[in-house]
Design a protein around this ligand. Structure first.
Ligand code: GLP
Length: 261
């Protein structure tokens, strides 16, 4: 894993945006895997700014989101369809038909999961998958103890994740307990995975992901088996790492062409 530590969440988010923008400039018809949650919001803001002020072109991009709540319609304020429209899609020049978010209201959810996998393959596979990490080590909505080879499917949220995400919902009854998520196996097929994690609440999960054993109890640790994963952290998220100076040494000695600047 490539681990890049920045002092603030602002700096970490801007570096994340730079990595995405670098791909967009190099490969305008790329396929992006996108994430939701609080963490990527600043990164998306920066992409919007780059689009408006520096002409970053997203007209050729195809996107696939990681996950969606079962039972929430696209116009529900807590659905990930709504999140993506509000926080990114409506501010950039992406073609609406090129954006994909799992449909949590599909009549046949299982068939929809299979179709979603096929659509990713038909688009040529994901070039860059953006990921956050849950405080329990989940990626997408792949909770601890799930298969590390899972594909897009319907999953049950853990009590920890329900508690973490409860503030987004008016009442516990409104919060779905089921989700559609790309599987860990789906995520591992992306050509490059970019994990962004900020804040001390993520520090345990971050340590387990980077330095812990590969274990289904921390689904993000499966990324240790991925050929190209970049983890961008702020200092607070990095506090529990045993070897921060090692990651900084590695970054300092990168060759010019390995830099993101
Ligand atoms: C959510 C999403 C994940 C996200 C994670 C962390 O529930 N399904 O894709 O990475 O949990 O969210 P946040 O960034 O809000 O901490």
């Amino acid at each position: 894993m490539e681990v890049l530590i920045r002092e603030t969440s602002e700096q970490a988010s801007l570096l994340g945006a730079q990595i995405v923008a670098q791909l967009l400039r190099r490969k305008p018809h790329c396929v992006l895997g996108l994430a939701t949650g609080r963490t990527p919001l600043r990164l998306y803001d920066e992409l919007i700014r780059l689009h408006r002020k520096e002409g970053l072109d997203l007209s050729g991009v195809v996107t696939f989101n990681l996950d969606e709540y079962v039972g929430l319609p696209a116009d529900h304020s807590q659905s990930y369809h709504y999140y993506m429209a509000e926080n990114l899609f409506r501010h950039i020049n992406i073609r609406p038909e090129a954006t994909h978010v799992p449909d949590g209201c599909a009549t046949d959810l299982r068939a929809h999961c299979v179709e979603y996998e096929k659509a990713i393959v038909n688009a040529g596979g994901i070039d860059l998958q953006l990921l956050g990490i849950g405080s329990n080590g989940h990626i997408g909505f792949n909770e601890p103890s799930g298969s590390l080879r899972s594909r897009t499917w319907i999953k049950i949220l853990s009590e920890k994740t329900l508690r973490d995400n409860a503030p987004h919902f008016d009442s516990p009854e409104q919060q779905p307990r089921h989700v559609i998520t790309m599987g860990v196996g789906t995520i591992l097929e992306a050509r490059h995975c970019l994990v962004l994690a900020c804040g001390s609440a993520k520090s345990h999960a971050v340590r387990a992901m980077i330095e812990g054993p590969v274990s289904a109890m921390c689904p993000a640790s499966a990324l240790q088996m991925h050929a190209r994963t970049t983890v961008v952290l702020d200092r607070a998220a990095a506090t529990r790492l045993d070897h921060p100076e090692h990651y900084e040494w590695i970054e300092k000695h990168k060759l010019d062409w390995q830099q993101y600047a």
